[in-house]
Each structure stands twice: as structure tokens, then as C-alpha cells.
Design a protein around this ligand. Structure first.
Ligand SMILES: [Zn+2]
Length: 230
């Protein structure tokens, strides 16, 4: 089992490193393929060992190998938190559900980061990822539709209405509808309530910003609720 958890930890740190890079490049309108990763200060291309998630940062002691400029630690914090979370959550789920769980968490993390940095999400990734997660959860969706169809239609209509009234972003709406059809009305209601509480705290701490990215709060709430909806 140790190798299984180690592989999940490595996958989590690798994906979160990629997601941070993707969000940064999405924010600055830079291609994900070119140019090669480099130091923001001296612009030297980074070698493969310097790009190893968590380890690369530790070996360089948080400073660029070439110019000794401080490397922002946000990426490594996200890598540690996400890979730690994935390892713990996978330990609480049956092994046969691991792949679906990993796909959902990886999709959610990338959306959280892009929305946090840009207040938008890449539509192609939101839609294609959502359909993929739905296909992987096909049986679960059938059960949800059989038990909660009316509630889900009501829930989706409210979300769409809030989106039209510009009280909820379209990305948040689509993300919640996808999740609603997979997990049903009650879990999603809990996710929405926890998200609102988190967002309210953030709103007060950040001194009443005009608008805040909401998807990160939905994503973090989902990560918490996933512990209770096997
Ligand atoms: Zn440098």
C-alpha cells in the first residue's frame, strides 16, 4: 500500500505543479507549451531537476540556482496541500473509486487556480472535464436523476437565474450544475452553504472587494464534502 500512496502523492504534486503553471500562463496569456519554464528574475531556462515538484524547491532552498532570487512559495504550498489531501482522501475511498476521484479532484484544482488568478475559467477545460467526469460517474448520475430529478431541475434553474442576474459567474454555475447531477441536491446544497460562509469570511478579511472569484470556495468546500459522500 505504501507504493500506492506514494504514487498518489507524486501524481498530486505533479498535477498541482502543472495546474499552478497553467493558471500563471493562462493569466498572462502565455502558451502552455512554449516557452520552456524559466526564472522570472534572470530568465534562465530551468533544468528538469529544478522543476521536480516540492523537491526542486527544497534542493534550491527556495532561491533560484542561477541568480539566487527568492522563488515564490505559493506553488510549493499548493503542491504540498493538494498531494497531501489526495493521499488522505484516497485512503478513505475504495480503490476501485480512486480513478474517478482523482479525475474530479484534478479537474477541480485547475479550475480553482485559474478562477482565483483571473476570475475566469477556460471554457473548453470546464466543459470537456465536466463531461468526462459525468461519463465516469454515469451510474451515479442515473441514480441521482431517478431520486432527485425535480430537485435538480429546481437547483439548476435557481443557479441559472442567479447567473443571469450577475450574482453568480457562468463558470461557477456550470461547475455546480455538473456536480449537482453527479452528487445530487443535498450534497450540493451543503457545498453551496459552506462556499458562501468561506466567501463571506474572505470578503470581510479582504476589506469588501467589489467582486471575488467564487469557484475556489466551491472547490474547497467540495474537497471537504467529498470525505462524507462516498
Ligand atoms: Zn534566476
Amino acid at each position: 500500500m505504501f507504493v500506492y500512496y506514494l504514487l498518489i502523492f507524486i501524481l498530486g504534486s505533479t498535477w498541482s505543479s502543472f495546474a499552478c503553471c497553467f493558471a500563471y500562463r493562462y493569466q498572462h496569456n502565455i502558451s502552455i507549451i512554449q516557452p520552456h519554464s524559466r526564472c522570472d528574475n534572470c530568465l534562465k531556462s530551468l533544468k528538469l531537476w529544478q522543476l521536480i515538484p516540492i523537491l526542486g524547491y527544497c534542493i534550491q532552498k527556495g532561491h533560484c540556482f542561477y541568480c539566487h532570487a527568492k522563488i515564490p512559495c505559493l506553488s510549493v504550498i499548493i503542491e504540498l496541500c493538494f498531494s497531501g489531501y489526495l493521499t488522505i482522501i484516497c485512503a478513505t475511498y475504495p480503490i476501485e473509486k480512486t480513478f474517478v476521484l482523482l479525475a474530479l479532484c484534478c479537474w477541480t484544482l485547475l479550475l480553482i487556480l485559474t478562477d482565483f488568478f483571473t476570475k475566469t475559467v477556460p471554457t473548453y477545460f470546464l466543459i470537456s472535464g465536466g463531461f468526462l467526469i459525468c461519463i465516469l460517474n454515469f451510474q451515479r448520475i442515473l441514480i441521482t436523476l431517478r431520486l432527485n430529478l425535480l430537485f435538480m431541475l429546481f437547483f439548476s434553474s435557481i443557479l441559472v437565474l442567479l447567473s443571469f442576474l450577475r450574482m453568480l459567474g457562468s463558470g461557477d454555475t456550470i461547475f455546480l450544475i455538473f456536480l449537482g447531477f453527479i452528487y445530487g441536491f443535498i450534497p450540493m446544497l451543503i457545498v453551496v452553504i459552506i462556499s458562501c460562509l468561506f466567501a463571506l469570511c474572505y470578503f470581510f478579511v479582504c476589506k469588501f472587494q467589489k467582486s471575488i472569484a467564487f469557484l475556489p470556495f466551491i472547490g474547497i468546500s467540495l474537497f471537504l464534502v467529498l470525505f462524507f459522500i462516498h
